[in-house]
Design a protein around this ligand. Structure first.
Ligand code: SAH
Ligand code: SF4
Length: 396
């Protein structure tokens, strides 16, 4: 397996946390023409280079200057579950040894955004999570740290690079320095078909608790010179940080927003999501309403169905009322059981009955019905399992 690990002592900012504007300012200071920035960006986001010496059309002194100023790293693949054409889960090790997960989901029209002939990637934004939702594996070992923008972006690039290496021999995927340099003005990364054209910010962590890094990462992933992923193809999921939802409403980019509701009354929601005690439904709904009005965009209410907790039919009317008020669509998701947690998935009949009761209220709602949830489980579980296995391995 190729190792992309950042040296453990490196503390320089990563070059992938820099916007084009910042790099242009720096190159101007270094008396370098702007087209050199475009050449660099092509190496970073189209070639997904992981070594300065590969950037054969940049002079050696410039590469040395860049190497002295920035790190250039992608996360290191530790473990992968799943196979081609199914959901695949990647476990990455970061420069400080922390583990995070990314999930690659083949095209599924029922997911977020429009139907796609490519893939959706579910990325993490934090190591662990501080919000402690009762049913979720991500928060079980608490919160470790925020991801930096390059660690968020790196998940997309590392998966695309991994995919590239599966289909093309390494020397073609990453040209050797002696090969002829690419044209001076390379085409933007977005002009090539990319593996990932939908992004869901639904991996480990609470994205809006890492707001600034998330927004830097998303601007770069959206930029034509960067990830080239349309803002409308990027869905941010939050457990309900009301003030941050309002802040997001002021952003110029048109990201999609999904709310992890999981309870349509304060009594039910507070029982499973501690954040509801801080921002109860009235406050959350009003922040969502602000977002909907300000952005003119529909949002999605996510509702995991957990057996005996939130799957009773007395939740469907309050849920429909909320959805109606917010012009939202409802995504019902049968719970994925988590090792070590007592919660269970309702039967198919219970899920179907819940869906029909919501639909009867004339709300747009879908129920995720696919089978084979062995690795399809929400983020956080592979990391937890690996951390626990390592903890029980003598000498680790
Ligand atoms: N912290 C954010 C985003 C990450 S969680 C949030 O809570 O929205 C992404 C989604 O997975 C959330 O809707 C979350 O509630 C859901 N989830 C967590 N554990 C799950 C499980 N075991 N089964 C199904 N969905 C789960
Ligand atoms: Fe954190 Fe979201 Fe999991 Fe809640 S559901 S613990 S906010 S990752």
């Amino acid at each position: 397996m190729t190792s992309f690990a950042r040296p453990p002592d490196a503390r320089l900012p990563d070059v992938r946390s820099q916007t084009r504007e910042q790099l242009v300012a720096l190159f101007t200071e270094w008396q370098q023409p702007t087209y050199r920035v475009d050449q660099l960006l092509h190496w970073l986001y189209a070639t997904r280079a992981t070594a300065w010496e590969k950037m054969s059309n940049l002079s050696r002194p410039l590469r040395e200057k860049l190497a002295a100023t920035f790190t250039l790293a992608l996360p290191e693949l530790v473990r992968k579950q799943g196979s081609h054409d199914t959901t695949q889960k990647f476990l990455w090790r970061l420069f400080d040894g922390q583990l995070i997960e990314t999930v690659l989901i083949p095209a599924n029209p029922a997911l977020y955004g429009e139907a796609s002939d490519r893939h959706t990637l579910c990325v993490s934004t934090q190591v662990g999570c501080a919000y402690g939702c009762q049913f979720c594996a991500s928060g079980l070992d608490g919160f470790k740290r925020n991801l930096t923008p390059d660690e968020i972006i790196g998940q997309v690039l590392a998966v695309e690079r991994w995919h590239q290496e599966q289909s093309v021999p390494a020397h073609v995927a990453d040209p050797a320095p002696s090969e002829p340099p690419p044209a001076p003005k390379p085409a933007p990364a977005s002009s090539k078909p990319r593996l990932i054209n939908n992004l869901v910010i639904m991996g480990m962590g609470e994205p809006l608790a890492n707001y600034d890094h998330l927004l830097i990462a998303l601007r770069i992933l959206n930029a034509p010179w960067g990830g080239g992923i349309g803002a409308r193809k990027i869905t941010i999921s939050t457990s309900g940080l009301a003030p941050k939802i309002r802040q997001l409403a002021e952003e110029p980019l048109q990201f999609r927003l999904a709310i992890s509701l999981h309870g349509a009354t304060d009594a039910v929601r507070s029982k499973i999501m501690p954040i509801n005690r801080k921002y109860p439904l009235a406050e959350l709904t009003s922040a969502c309403e602000y977002h909907v009005v300000r952005k003119g965009k529909m949002l999605t209410l996510e509702y995991i169905l957990i057996s005996g907790i939130n799957d009773s039919l007395d939740q469907t009317s309050p849920l429909a009322r909320l959805a109606r008020r917010l012009h939202a669509k409802v995504n019902l998701i049968p719970y994925n059981t988590v090792e070590g947690l007592p919660w269970g998935r309702p039967t198919d009949e219970v899920c179907e009955r819940f869906l029909q009761a919501v639909l009867k209220e004339e709300i747009t709602a879908t129920l995720r019905r696919e089978k084979g949830h062995d690795i399809d489980a929400a983020c956080g579980q592979l990391r937890l399992k690996t951390e626990r296995e390592l903890a029980h391995t003598p000498g680790s």
